[in-house]
Design a protein around this ligand. Structure first.
Ligand code: ADP
Length: 464
């Protein structure tokens, strides 16, 4: 059992917008914030905004933000009793959670066992099936004989999706259109998976042709309480990377929301979850379906897109995380949570859409949102940014610069505000995907919420 007690100094083991965002809440709660930084980030915004900053190594993430020992040493030196990992880096590393416990530092996140339970796709699916969480029809068994897998694929019916059990980030995944192509695809997938994960176990799923990605935000405390904070639609993705996210998901009925929310809380409770988590589902409205949903995976961290949930619930999810980590019960019960209005988030990347989204670098001569000029209501437009005017953008880390989050009474109003806000971004010196975001948001299919996970692919010609 992890000990939970109050802390007054919080180390944020991350950089960029999420480090700055966590510090905002820490400050409001009266906590002291300690930033960590690599040599490439010595002058970064998250370092400027922290109460104290500790260097943890050279630019390469492996030698700094991913270096568990360096991060824990920084906590010891700065007197931080708790570590918030943000997302990425050490956020879903069960070994790091154990190392924090050994060092007597509170990890702001779930127990190591819950992270491990969701880390292996096959094992996770088996547990979800036990908990009565719906799965895509498929095979996730231990028998990995080639002939057995082929027989299972034939039974499921083509097209099927081959996935690496140990996979992540869309790697080791392949659609197989027919029985004739199966063995060659299996060989390819196994090779890729061995190279990427050192593991070639596969699972097979029915391939859904036009699903939506709808995920449920859950929260559990250390007293056995669990709630869901409704859902987000993150169907607009490029190579499995989300680009636009919104809450609530268009077209949800109260019944479907309730059923998905309950299933997500069951999933979390099944693995003894504590803290903020996201249960991802594929939602299928095709073939006259009334909205069938299937568990895909659980992300055992705070998500990039958590602000849209904050906008429609009026809650601060980082505050919830910190309170839960201090051993407090959840701030609200399920019946006290309400959903009001509509929120959309756009991810702003330093990248060149005209050049295969190659990451862009340079100095941001200017980076600002002209709220006054565009008449934007500050309570309805939020810019979560990891950079300011004058900052350098290097090639060492994820190229996401900021997230623009808007709120409206309804979806059309949120769309109108997002359109105006994107236009009011004044960015000079570094190429970004802003124009691409404008084309996406302005596309009639997005305006009409005709969403599916291959949205960008389907509308390629209009978007590029
Ligand atoms: P990873 O962990 O590598 O990101 P996931 O299992 O989460 O892999 O799947 C990544 C993406 O692939 C999903 O967001 C979804 O768009 C698509 N996908 C996954 N499973 C299916 C399926 N059975 N049918 C259709 N698309 C799928």
């Amino acid at each position: 059992m992890v000990e939970r007690h109050r802390f007054d100094t919080l180390l944020i083991a991350n950089r960029g917008e999420i480090a700055c965002r966590i510090m905002r809440t820490a400050r409001r709660m009266g906590l002291r914030s300690v930033a960590v930084y690599s040599d490439a980030d010595a002058h970064a915004k998250h370092v400027r905004e922290a109460d104290e900053a500790v260097r943890i190594g050279p630019a390469a993430a492996r030698d700094s933000y991913l270096d568990q020992h360096a991060v824990l040493e920084a906590a010891r030196r700065s007197g931080a009793q708790a570590i918030h990992p943000g997302y990425g880096f050490l956020a879903e590393n069960a070994d790091f959670v154990d190392a924090c416990a050994r060092a007597g530092v509170t990890f702001i996140g779930p127990p190591a066992s819950a992270i491990a339970a969701m880390g292996d796709k096959s094992a996770a699916k088996a547990r979800m099936a036990n908990a009565g969480v719906p799965l895509v029809p498929g095979y996730h068994g231990d028998d990995q004989d080639n002939q057995r897998l082929q027989a299972e694929a034939d039974r499921i019916g083509y097209p099927v999706l081959l996935k690496a059990s140990a996979g992540g980030g869309g790697k080791g995944m392949r659609v197989v259109a027919s029985a004739a192509e199966f063995q060659a695809a299996l060989d390819g997938c196994r090779r890729e998976s061995r190279a990427a994960f050192g593991d070639d176990r596969m699972l097979i799923e029915k391939y859904l042709t036009r699903p939506r990605h709808v995920e449920v935000q859950v929260f559990c405390d250390s007293h056995g309480n669990g709630v869901y904070l409704f859902e987000r639609d993150c169907s607009v993705q490029r190579r499995h990377q989300k680009v636009l996210e919104e809450a609530p998901a268009p077209g949800m009925t109260p019944e479907l929301r309730h059923a998905m929310g309950e299933a997500a809380v069951r999933a979390a409770k099944e693995i003894g979850y504590i803290g903020a988590g996201t249960v991802e589902f594929l939602l299928d409205f095709s073939q006259g379906q009334n909205g069938s949903f299937y568990f895909m995976e659980m992300n055992t961290r705070l998500q990039v897109e958590h602000p849209v949930t904050e906008m429609i619930t009026g809650q601060d999810l980082v505050e919830w995380q910190l309170r839960v980590a201090m051993g407090e019960p959840l701030p609200l019960a399920q019946h006290e949570l309400t959903l009001t209005g509509h929120s959309i988030e756009a991810r702003l990347y330093a990248e060149d859409p005209a050049n295969d989204f190659l990451p862009a670098t340079g100095t941001l001569e200017r980076f600002a949102l002209d709220r006054d000029g565009a008449g934007l209501d500050p309570s309805r437009v939020r810019l979560d940014s990891g950079v300011d005017s004058g900052d350098a953008v290097s090639m060492h880390y994820d190229p996401m610069l900021a997230k623009l989050i808007v709120y409206g009474n309804d979806r059309p109003q949120a769309l109108a505000t997002l359109t105006r806000s994107l236009a009011a971004l004044d960015i000079r010196g570094v190429t970004t995907n802003r124009d691409f975001l404008q084309r996406l948001v302005g596309h009639p299919a997005f305006q009409q919420a005709q969403l599916d996970t291959r949205f960008i692919e389907h509308h390629h010609d209009a978007l590029f």
